[in-house]
Design a protein around this ligand. Structure first.
Ligand SMILES: *Cc1c(COP(=O)(O)O)cnc(C)c1O
Length: 437
């Protein structure tokens, strides 16, 4: 364990820690991080997708430098600033017609989803919200309240109802998963949850922290029709898989749906904290002074976000995510053919997941092996984490700038890590301090 890591444990609280191995970094460039031991680590996590353009991207650095060289205040609460206006104007062009109203800016996916959860109830007068089992919409009280991830240590909202996310792998086929999930929803509307009391349905177009679950074809189209029928607002949480990561600009595009409200975060700031909610004017202008934190809409983070969006467009990073994602996906499929631990490979673009199982027939979660694999990969030079309600899904959310060579290099390291874990060469004891989630 490095000196920096040990020092951190004596000064920094562990309440925000979600650690998988003793990593301490002192720098980074592109898809690589520099460890405090001098090692170069290929980063397939990108800080949970937040480092959307990789590390030290010149476009973000230059935008931040300019914004701080003639600083237009530090907030949009009590004054307009140009980076926020430009960013809002840009975001309005990137969402479906009915969401093209107004933009709210926050710091994180959590404050954004919390704001949506509050405003949809306040603006519609409907008390209920729907979300999915396994959904992660944030770590603040109000965003946790509309989430369904079992690792969270917080309460749920009184008006929240959680419904199953269709899991094609667990159920055995996409068609069966879709039919079961829809039947569940319709039964709920006919019994415990009167649809006219539901303000909004929060969806993840790919359920990432729940296990990188890709919805079956036509599932969300059917959900959208139910929402339209009952006047329920459809909220797409694009925080992790949006902004090009899926190989489409918005991940919901794969489902052919048009959500009413779109939530952006993580990669939006390219490493700086900023989130955005885009939705209809009637909702987004519900009331002034309704949801605010002092440095919301600060021009520095807004300028960084604008640079991120411009770079995604200029460098064709949506197409790169699709192309490089296909290369990575194929490399992972080849690993699945040789490693019995791999039960399923899934995802879209550069939002990929590999589910590890101890037995392909029973699909028993290989939770311990997932923890050992990410630890071993770290030792071998690759950073990735695991997700899933059973903590057995390796998650791939590398920078959108990833090259095909880097995709293959990372897969080769993972190949070795899986080999070492399967051969029992990685000692269980190393996991003692790294519970993950
Ligand atoms: C990470 C995440 C959030 C919360 O974002 P924070 O920046 O951690 O507050 C919300 N929704 C999804 C889908 C996420 O992946």
């Amino acid at each position: 364990m490095s000196g920096l890591y040990a020092r951190e444990s004596r000064s920094v609280s562990r309440m925000a820690h979600l650690r998988f191995f003793p990593q301490a970094v002192v720098g980074g460039n592109g898809a690589y991080l520099t460890g405090d031991d001098g090692r170069q680590l290929l980063d397939f996590a990108a800080s949970w997708g937040a480092a959307s353009l990789g590390h030290s991207h010149p476009a973000v650095r230059d935008a931040v430098h300019r914004a701080l060289s003639d600083q237009a205040g530090a907030s949009y609460l009590s004054s307009a600033n140009e980076p926020c206006v430009l960013l809002a104007e840009k975001l309005l062009t990137l969402v479906p017609e009915q969401a093209r109203g107004r933009v709210w800016f926050g710091h994180s996916g959590s404050d954004a989803n919390e704001t949506v959860a509050r405003v949809v109830v306040a603006a519609t007068g409907r008390p209920r919200i729907l979300a999915f089992n396994g959904a992660y919409h944030g770590g603040t009280v109000g965003s946790m309240a509309v989430s369904g991830h079992p690792a969270q240590q917080g309460g749920r909202a009184a008006g929240l109802t959680l419904v199953p996310y269709p899991n094609s792998y667990a159920v055995g086929s996409p068609e069966a998963a879709k039919d079961a999930a829809l039947a569940d929803l319709e039964k709920l509307f006919a019994t415990e949850v009167p649809p006219e009391e539901v303000a909004a349905f929060f969806i993840e177009p790919i359920q990432s922290d729940g296990g990188m679950l890709v919805p079956p074809d036509r599932y969300f189209k059917a959900v959208e029709m139910l929402c339209r029928k009952h006047g329920i607002l459809l909220v797409s949480d694009e925080v992790k898989v949006g902004l090009g990561r899926s190989g489409r600009f918005n991940a919901f595009e794969y489902s052919g749906i048009e959500p009413d409200i779109v939530v952006f975060g993580k990669g939006l700031g390219g490493g700086l904290p900023i989130s955005a909610v885009v939705g209809p004017e009637a909702i987004m202008n519900h009331a002034a002074a309704f949801s605010l934190q002092t440095v919301h809409g600060n021009p520095v983070c807004a300028a960084a976000a604008l640079a991120v969006l411009q770079t995604i467009e200029r460098d064709h990073l949506v197409a790169n995510a699709e192309r490089t994602g296909t290369v990575l996906r194929k490399a992972l499929d080849r690993l699945a053919a040789r490693h019995p631990l791999i039960g399923d490979v899934r995802g879209q673009g550069l939002a990929l997941g590999v589910e590890l199982v101890t037995d392909r027939d029973t699909r028993q979660p290989a939770t311990r092996q997932a923890a050992l694999t990410v630890y071993r990969a770290f030792q071998l030079g690759l950073v990735l984490y695991y997700v899933g309600v059973n903590s057995n899904v390796l998650e791939f959310t590398p920078p959108l700038t990833l090259t095909e060579t880097q995709a293959r290099d990372g897969a080769a390291i993972l190949d070795q890590a899986l080999t070492d874990v399967a051969a029992g060469r990685v000692d269980d004891d190393i996991l003692a301090d790294f519970a993950g989630w």
